[in-house]
Write a protein that binds this ligand. Structure first.
Ligand SMILES: NC(=O)c1ccc[n+]([C@@H]2O[C@H](COP(=O)([O-])OP(=O)(O)OC[C@H]3O[C@@H](n4cnc5c(N)ncnc54)[C@H](OP(=O)(O)O)[C@@H]3O)[C@@H](O)[C@H]2O)c1
Length: 353
């Protein structure tokens, strides 16, 4: 930190979450971006890919991934790479004292055997899984302060967890029957088009996918189990929708006590989130809609209680690239270095978006 600013590298800087990190860090007063990697665009200015960043970040160019360069030039490295990449080089960075905030799933799960089950690889550094802090500040704020390795949650998992945390903590719902429905925009799938994600195939869809075992289920179950002290199993069905950004979780839950009304659920949310800088409670005939958080790090949460059948729907709306990825990663960075948690992030969403 020679300049007094945290020197930051981004591995996978040409992708969507990497680009969003560059956008946020370009104006962050406590940070200097020193390295941005891309294998495909190495040697080219970042503005050849991220046209919207023209005029920012000097003449920063993409470079190849080099552990030596990252070790010499960074205090902190964000990894915005596909699943299974960061696990192979993050340990080397940690060994030489560089902190790592991973946006991929490689360090989210505590139990190494879960990687074989959900991600089809044997984890090479099980010891690091125990040390990694799950990067949801609303759950792990104190552990994030000073952390060396942060594992940021998936976007669907972030929305699912934020919709459920107050009701789970307050023991309002039956934990044997939790059903989460997530709608998510196309940027979730990253920048490489596939048959399912290429724009003409994806535009205007309302398509369920991975309906019986989306990978984010593993982390949602892990965190809810830790929170409740019992093994929680959830059903989570994501749906691809035509939007570019945004994720909405609707968690269908059954109330333990049928006399629980909407006011009681709202009170649980207000108690839990009242002091959270990036969680807003939406009420009064409205429900959370990702449209009104786009471009921001806010999560809008809300609830609908149907006492007639003892059921509630709990909602959380986020921008998947912000609170679901890069925004949350910067929020974690602020906590890691003891900055104001809102630094570089506290701005209202766009409208219209
Ligand atoms: N998109 C979201 O909404 C979202 C939300 C939360 C978490 N995430 C997670 O964040 C990670 C990045 O997602 P994304 O949407 O930003 O993906 P993306 O748009 O596809 O970008 C991936 C980046 O990683 C680089 N890369 C790919 N393979 C690599 C390798 N083997 N070694 C080094 N660099 C490699 C790519 O550049 P080169 O190929 O040029 O090197 C690119 O810069 C994923 O793990 C994803 O699950 C994404």
């Amino acid at each position: 930190m020679a300049s007094g600013r945290v020197r930051v590298g981004i591995v996978g800087a040409s992708g969507y979450t990497g680009g969003e990190l560059l956008r946020l860090l370009a104006t962050h007063p406590k940070v200097e971006v020193t390295v941005a990697t891309s294998r495909e665009y190495a040697g080219q200015p970042i503005t050849n890919v991220h046209f919207h960043l023209k005029g920012f970040l000097g003449n920063l160019k993409f470079s190849q991934l080099s552990i030596d360069q990252l070790s010499e030039r960074c205090d902190l490295v964000f990894t915005s790479t596909p699943s299974g990449v960061a696990k192979d080089f993050a340990p080397e960075l940690l060994e030489v004292g560089v902190r790592v905030i991973d946006l991929s799933p490689d360090f989210r799960l505590k139990d190494p055997s879960q990687y074989e089950r959900w991600y089809e690889f044997a984890h090479p550094s099980p010891d690091l899984l125990e040390r990694a802090v799950y990067g949801l500040p609303e759950l792990h704020r104190e552990e994030l302060r000073g952390a060396r390795l942060v594992a940021c949650p998936g976007c669907n998992a972030t929305a699912a967890l934020l919709s459920l945390i107050p009701a789970v903590e307050q023991k309002l719902i039956d934990l044997d029957h939790v059903v989460v429905d997530v709608k998510v925009g196309s940027s979730e799938a990253g920048m490489r088009p596939t048959l399912g994600t290429h724009h003409p195939e994806r535009a205007n869809v309302m398509r369920p996918y991975e309906a019986t075992g989306h990978r984010h289920v593993a982390e949602v179950e892990q965190e809810l189990s830790a929170l409740s002290g019992k093994t929680v199993r959830v059903a989570l069905v994501p749906h691809a929708v035509g939007a570019v950004r945004g994720a909405l979780a609707t968690s269908h839950v059954w109330l333990v006590d049928r006399s629980t009304d909407e006011l009681a659920v709202w009170r649980a949310f207000a108690r839990r989130y009242g002091h959270e800088p990036f969680v807003r409670i939406v009420r009064g005939g409205r429900y959370p809609d990702p449209k009104y958080v786009i471009g921001s790090n806010f999560a809008d949460v809300g609830m609908a209680v149907e006492q007639r059948i003892g059921r509630a729907a709990l909602f959380a709306a986020i921008d998947n690239l912000m609170k679901g990825a890069a925004g949350q990663a910067v929020q974690c960075m602020n906590l890691v270095f003891g900055f104001d948690e809102r630094e570089g992030l506290y701005a209202p969403p766009l409208r219209p978006a």
